[in-house]
Design a protein around this ligand. Sequence first.
Ligand code: ADP
Ligand code: ADP
Length: 232
Amino acid sequence: MITFENVTKVYQGNGTQVKALDNVDLHIEKGEIYGVIGFSGAGKSSLVRCVNLLERPTSGKVIVNEQDLLSLTPKELREAKRNIGMIFQHFNLLNSKTVFTNVAMPLLLMNTPKEEVKQRVYEMLDFVGLRDKADNYPDQLSGGQKQRVGIARALATQPSVLLCDEATSALDPQTTDDILKLLKKINQEYKITILIITHEMGVIREICDKVAVLENGKVIESGSTFDVFAQP
Ligand code: ADP
Ligand code: ADP
């Protein structure tokens, strides 16, 4: 479902270079919940942003749904990206827009007919338990509710992949637990492949089938969560 082949990402600054990803190979099967864990600066964010080309790898191949993303035309890439939803640590909602419009946004951007938008948005708000908040603004919501809106928005286009960039790092433990349960439900009910990047071991242990440990841009270990983190 998601394959990285020799992916390297180098950031060029004025005279300086940072190698955020160093020859990363990764293989995520359809339907898996896959975690990438590492300390701050390990390259996690760069890795997840290379899956939907928010960042372009400097070299290597990124294959999602059997498509080599770097070889697609701009139009093909737009289509491919609809298939990849993403949620963020700080939710990235539009604060001047209602919950309804935030969730509708990806559909509006692809000119979906109005009735279909409405139906889909309410379907997603029901799924995350926020139908009654449709007319509220993000500032009127708790952190956990904001992340539910982020999830509803990410799922609006019916993607087969969901990317989670430190999605629970700004939430308290109870809310984190609720969001992780929701991610598990998404994985089971919609058969969506989920890639989670986090610095929190608890998140990995709670829901990830497999895990890769990232250090200085390199995968230093990977396998089933049980095997990688088995106590000696
Ligand atoms: P993590 O998500 O694990 O904290 P990042 O992928 O954000 O790691 O960062 C990996 C390395 O790349 C760090 O050294 C970081 O400073 C650097 N980096 C990340 N984004 C940029 C950027 N846009 N420009 C320059 N350096 C960057
Ligand atoms: P903004 O957030 O930009 O002020 P609104 O969210 O009020 O805009 O409305 C943007 C569009 O979404 C409008 O076409 C409106 O009819 C539709 N819309 C907004 N809220 C709802 C809702 N609860 N149910 C159905 N359609 C809605």
